[in-house]
Design a binder for this molecule. Structure first.
Ligand code: FE2
Length: 206
């Protein structure tokens, strides 16, 4: 049995489908980044207010302590936005990285530690502070407001899961990780999954 057919408990993905539709409507109305972040934040907060819709196969941490997981849940047909679940097991964290596009991060389960950085014109990194993002809270990134950070699981004894929205097909975007001295290294993240959730089977609700 593969990971696609292994379902631990039934979930109702209609709320995620509604989120996809609402985001598409929003982006059809405006491409202004500030407006997208403000309205998108409200939509994402509504989605993560209840933890009853994410299929379990998209919430599984990788047992390798050095590898967090990044599952694509949906990509807009014109790649104007993508929705991703990030899963950190205990002790797991990202490298310091940027995004290159706007993004929203909402914690569905657990908590995350976010360390923010600013990159100087000469290339050095300056720490900007550390925040804890808790269940139900939403953070924003973009090159305009700051988008270099390192994210870690805020829980020592259980996985944490967050739902991210980006203004592109984020797994295909060329971006950078940074060494502690600010030296960049190009990367394209890709995704951990080969198949995405079927949000469009309405027969159960018919
Ligand atoms: Fe990030």
């Amino acid at each position: 049995m593969n990971a696609v057919t292994t379902i631990d408990r039934p979930v109702d993905t209609s709320r995620l489908r509604g989120f996809v539709t609402a985001l598409a409507d929003l982006i059809a109305c405006t491409r202004d980044e500030q407006a997208l972040l403000e309205s998108g934040r409200t939509l994402l907060a509504r989605l993560i207010a209840r933890d009853d819709w994410l299929p379990p196969e998209y919430a599984r941490p990788d047992p390798d302590p050095d590898r967090y997981q990044q599952y694509l849940l949906h990509c807009d047909s014109r790649e104007r936005f993508s929705i991703v679940s990030f899963v950190w097991g205990p002790g797991q964290s990202t490298p310091i990285h940027d995004h290159g596009v706007w993004g929203l991060v909402g914690v569905l389960r657990g908590s995350e530690q976010v360390e923010r950085f600013h990159r100087l014109p000469g290339g050095g990194l300056v720490a900007q502070g550390t925040d804890i993002l808790r269940e139900g809270e939403v953070d924003a990134v973009s090159p305009r407001i700051g988008d270099i950070h390192r994210v870690s699981n805020g829980r020592a004894d259980a996985p944490s899961v967050s739902i991210h929205v980006y203004g592109a097909n984020i797994g295909a975007v060329e971006r950078a990780t940074f060494a502690a001295d600010g030296a960049p290294k190009s990367f394209i993240s890709g995704y951990a999954n080969r198949v995405i959730p079927n949000l469009w089977d309405r027969s159960r609700n018919a």
